[in-house]
Write a protein that binds this ligand. Structure first.
Ligand code: CP3
Length: 343
């Protein structure tokens, strides 16, 4: 049983840092594309057998030290009643983004076993299929990121609708953020009951907010979701890409066990800033460096590992892997971590 990942989350002594990659079950893997040819993305997410198959692919192929359940952050708004589609080349889209007060009122509060049972089934199956080989990670989107998606309807560069809501109707925004924190917290607790051995919160759109708005609309609700999830008794990872300036505040306000570090943040700086706090760090190779030669990937990875210092560190990319990265180059990253030893 390889429990390096869980030991590093708990800041116990490890012989080397564990490694996994955000978005490790994805289109860069030919065996993922083969499944994807038979089923569209939402069918894969909604069919536990298919979700488990692709969850295990990077474990089998690359030898990563953790599996992350194949799903998406947008299943929570979908379960609250929003029609979701994921179209080729367009990405995920809500057909009727939240606009009028009635749209907000129509959302339902979720009961995870009832409305997201397929994710929990996938976790139960994945846990059995992994048979203790590596730990299984569950995840959810953080309230601010989910709310932005729900009001924008899709990915955005300027977040005009989300900003409009914060500025023109902050009370409505706060009410929805509070509901989302409850939903996400309950969902993560249910994921742990179904077999997740750690959980990660993605606040992927933290980058859209300035410090003052991040502190008002993102951080308190990320913290509430972490607080609820922590009751399940497994390590909680908080990742807010684009908010590297706030690492200390995120660590203090959330009480998360592990803080994700994006690739834009200097690793040594992150380590120094968080040195006095009871957290492990996760990250942060620029996924763009996976376009380099295996030799260069190895050098970059070793530099990154040295910058984190090897203790209380989980090696990862500083964001999700890109779909056009050759598998051999993803493998070079994984192997470089596995060869490395704490100096
Ligand atoms: O990490 C993993 O391997 C687990 C699975 C996972 C997916 N999405 C699968 C996926 C996780 C953890 C996510 C999280 C997620 N989803 C985030 C937060 C992480 C981040 O990237 O910041 C966000 C913002 C989403 C929303 C989302 N879902 C987007 C923007 C897209 C389009 C991306 C793209 O490359 O087309 C998706 C679809 C999606 N989610 C894919 C995968 C593998 C691609 C689907 C496909 O076409 O096969």
């Amino acid at each position: 049983m390889n429990d390096l990942f869980l030991r590093a989350c708990r800041r116990e002594l490890v012989e080397r840092p564990p490694v996994w990659m955000m978005r490790q079950a994805g289109r860069y893997l030919p065996e993922y594309r083969a499944v994807r040819e038979r089923a569209d993305f939402l069918t894969m997410v909604g069919t536990p057998e298919l979700a488990v198959e692709v969850t295990l692919q990077p474990v089998d192929r690359l030898g990563v030290d953790a599996a992350i359940i194949f799903s998406d952050i947008l299943v929570v708004p979908q379960a609250m009643g929003m029609a979701l589609s994921v179209d080729e080349g367009v990405g995920p889209r809500f057909h009727q983004p939240l606009r009028s007060p009635g749209d907000f009122a129509r959302l339902r509060d979720i009961v995870p076993e009832q409305h997201l049972g397929y994710v929990l089934d996938a976790l139960r199956l994945a846990r059995r299929a992994l048979d203790g080989r590596v730990p299984l990670i569950g995840f959810a989107g953080a309230p601010w990121t989910l709310m932005s998606y729900m009001v924008e309807g899709q990915g955005s560069k300027s977040f005009t609708q989300a900003k409009r809501l914060l500025v023109q109707d902050p009370a409505r925004a706060h009410a929805l953020l509070a509901r989302l924190a409850q939903a996400v917290g309950a969902f993560l607790v249910a994921q742990v009951a179904a077999g997740a051995q750690a959980v990660q919160l993605f606040d992927s759109w933290a980058s859209a907010l300035g410090p003052r708005d991040f502190r008002e609309f993102a951080l308190p609700y990320l913290a509430e979701a972490v607080r609820l999830a922590k009751a399940a008794g497994v390590p909680v990872i908080a990742f807010a890409p684009g908010a590297g300036w706030a690492l200390e505040e995120i660590a203090r306000a959330t009480g998360a066990d592990v803080i994700g570090v994006d690739w834009q943040t200097d690793a040594e700086d992150a380590r120094r800033r968080l040195a006095g706090l009871p957290v492990a760090l996760q990250g942060n190779l620029d996924p763009g460096w996976l376009y380099a030669s295996p030799g260069e990937i190895r050098t970059r990875t070793r530099d990154m590992l040295a910058a984190f210092g090897g203790r209380s560190h989980i090696a990862n990319l500083g964001h999700g892997i890109n779909p056009d990265v050759p598998v051999s180059q993803a493998q070079a990253f994984i192997d470089a971590v596995k060869e490395w030893r704490i100096p």
